[in-house]
Design a protein. Structure first.
Ligand code: B12
Lengths: 92, 489
């Protein structure tokens, strides 16, 4: 799979995860790449760890606790690039 | 005309952070206010009419609360609150005062008891420090008789000439058996079934306080009820439960004692009374049992009596820190008792704190390892220490160079919330890392989830389990297997 395709796939998974976690009827909005997620309560630390665990399984990658704790993961785009970086390391 | 008293719990959103999650909020019956309602009715009979309301659970907005105030038109409003709700306290005080009626506004409970001067600044007319069971009825009686109440013991108020006056002479109740049972008629019990209980279900709840006071001197506790353990008799506690079952169909009872099991003989009597009856109750020791005072025999008895949930408070796996915070828990005993309790199919909530004064990363990691080694915990719970003024831990923290933010954020956040909190020995970044380690390796570990699910399945319906994880993860979970177990390692 090309890098671009993978990036889109990650994006789609993150978006679906966030919308699925909202209450019924709340998920009908446009998730912007840079809208804050954690600081607005759309997702919380435990949800974030769950999401990354899902991505770890899906793409067979592994984030260390130190990586997780030091990353600033407050937006769709920051989460996507965090995962992408790992995927690229993995490929090379 | 009876005197009308509204007792109001100051509260707001807590664990369910978004408004659309309000139905997942844990809302516990305002037990202290229900007790005061019973006290008032016992002393004043039909000279008093009482309504107990929860400012968050009972209303969707302050307009709704204002409308109810207009309908009920109370002569006295008494607000109860914790420190975390002191802003809410002020909002409520302003709302009540803005009605322009001659309503006497009182405040009581943890926040006014610990910080009476600060509570007076919220605009209330007087604060009642400590137990209100004797003072509030006397106060309302005085109002009824058209007399001044400001000389009563334990009352604080602002005197126009002398500033803040706090009357000495308050005493703790001596005979807990003399108290009437808390009043369940003063509120709408059904409304509480819209929210989660202390046990993460929506069942009709009974809240039981079987004792007051605690002789331990844990440095982080506000010890509101003094150091002498004042138990009710086992017979009185069981009689209250039976009555609630008979009159209201309550089967699920939540114990909020500071030290339910400090007197072994009393626990044994309590268990044998419950084991003898036909009706099976579910007992949730949600505020905890002291684990190192239990043994396998007593756990067996509690299980036989109906215990389905127990909280044990480890706090720290470091013996040095156990001594520093004066909890002095026997760690080996706690481990044995916890494992034994789990083996009996009880849902165990194990709590610990990170960020104690002088706590090092290695000590914090040893606590995580201790928790991780216990198989089958339904709810391991990570707390960051909250440094409340007027606690010993606050003083000890300062002695260890703690530098707290000026804005009170050091104690305003919920249980686990890490915010920007750090200590000289555990900076904020380290605490954040410890929390992520806890989430990844303990809370969201697949083996733990699988073991927990087995035990939860014994006591909770599928929907209750979904609600519990939805609140804990702050996201709607619709399928535990697919959304949690299958995606964790
Ligand atoms: C049950 C409980 C909970 C439940 C319910 C919370 C609640 N709203 O009460 C849950 C699990 C949700 C909880 C959580 C927390 N809790 Co808690 N909890 C308790 C516990 C064990 C029992 C409370 C209770 O009902 N007591 C029984 C009744 C009879 O006592 P009472 O309400 O104080 O009422 C008596 C008097 O105070 C007085 N009174 C009370 N109100 C009024 C009003 C008037 C007008 C008058 C005249 C008198 C009066 O008369 C009553 C009868 O004598 C207490 C410990 C304790 N010993 O009280 C801690 C305690 C209240 N919790 C505490 C804390 C810190 C918390 C948390 C902030 C922890 C955290 N950092 O996350 C959270 C906050 C949650 C929230 N959003 O509300 C502290 C509060 C310290 C403070 N100064 O604010 C306490 C005192 C523990 C301690 N010993 O330090 N808690």
């Amino acid at each position: 799979m090309s890098r671009e395709l993978k990036k889109m796939e990650v994006e789609a998974i993150v978006e679906k995860f966030i919308k699925r976690g909202l209450m019924d009827g709340q998920g009908n909005f446009d998730l912007k790449a840079d809208s804050p997620l954690v600081s607005t309560g759309l997702i919380d630390s435990a949800g974030l760890v769950l999401l990354l665990s899902l991505l770890e399984k899906k793409f067979d990658i592994n984030f260390s606790v130190e990586e997780l704790a030091s990353a600033e993961l407050d937006t769709l785009s920051s989460i996507v690039s965090f995962v992408n970086e790992k995927l690229n390391q993995h490929v090379s | 005309m009876p005197i009308k008293v509204m007792l109001l719990e100051a509260a707001g959103p807590w664990l369910a952070s978004r408004p659309d999650m309000k139905d997942l909020e844990q809302i516990v019956l305002p037990h202290g206010l229900m007790q005061l309602s019973a006290d008032l009715k016992e002393h004043l009979g039909d000279k008093v009419q009482v309504a107990v309301r929860h400012s968050f659970g009972d209303y969707n907005s302050d307009q709704e609360l204002a409308a109810e105030l207009d309908r009920f038109d109370p002569d006295v409003v008494g607000i109860r609150g914790l420190h975390v709700y002191r802003k809410r306290f002020k909002e409520l005080a302003s709302l009540i005062k803005s009605r322009g009626k001659k309503t006497l506004l009182l405040a009581g409970g943890p926040f006014p008891t610990i910080s009476p001067r600060q509570a007076l600044q919220t605009g209330v007319d007087a604060v009642v420090i400590g137990e209100g069971d004797m003072v509030l009825p006397s106060l309302v009686q005085r109002l009824n008789d058209g007399k001044d109440f400001r000389d009563l013991p334990g009352i604080g108020y602002t005197h126009p000439g002398h500033g803040v006056v706090i009357n000495p002479g308050r005493r703790f109740l001596q005979d807990m058996n003399a108290l009437p049972f808390p009043d369940y008629d003063c509120l709408d019990l059904g409304r509480y079934e819209r929210y989660l209980t202390y046990g993460y279900n929506r069942r009709r709840q009974g809240v039981i306080l079987s004792s007051r006071g605690c002789p331990y001197r844990c440095a982080y506790c506000h010890n509101l009820f003094g150091s002498r353990f004042r138990p009710r008799s086992a017979d009185s506690v069981v009689a209250e439960m039976k009555l609630l079952n008979l009159e209201r169909g309550i089967k699920d009872f939540y114990f909020i004692d500071d030290g339910f099991n400090l007197d072994r003989t009393r626990v044994e009597r309590f268990c044998s009374l419950l084991s003898k009856q036909d009706e099976q109750f579910n007992l949730y020791f949600a505020n905890g049992l002291r684990a190192d005072l239990l043994d396998t025999k007593l756990v067996d008895m509690l299980v036989e009596a109906g215990m389905v949930w127990v909280t044990y408070a480890l706090e720290t796996a470091s013996n040095r820190l156990q001594r520093l915070i004066r909890k002095n828990l026997n760690l080996e005993k706690l481990k044995l008792v916890t494992e034994y309790t789990i083996s009996k199919g009880v849902m165990v909530n194990l709590c610990f704190m990170i960020g104690l004064p002088s706590e090092t990363k290695e000590e914090a990691l040893s606590t995580l390892r201790f928790v991780k080694a216990i198989q089958g915990l339904v709810l391991p719970m990570f707390f960051t220490v909250k440094y409340y003024p007027n606690t010993d831990i606050f003083r000890i923290g300062l002695e260890h160079g703690l530098n707290l933010p000026k804005d009170d954020s050091a104690f305003d956040a919920p249980y686990h919330d890490i915010g920007h909190f750090g200590t000289p020995t555990l900076p904020a970044g380290e605490i954040r890392e410890l929390y992520f380690r806890f989430l990844k390796e303990i809370f969201l570990s697949r083996p733990r989830l699988e073991q927990a699910m087995e035990i939860q399945g014994l006591h909770m319906t599928d929907q209750e389990i979904l609600d519990m994880y939805s609140l804990l993860l702050r996201r709607r979970i619709r399928d535990v297997e697919k959304e949690l177990i299958a995606v964790t390692k």
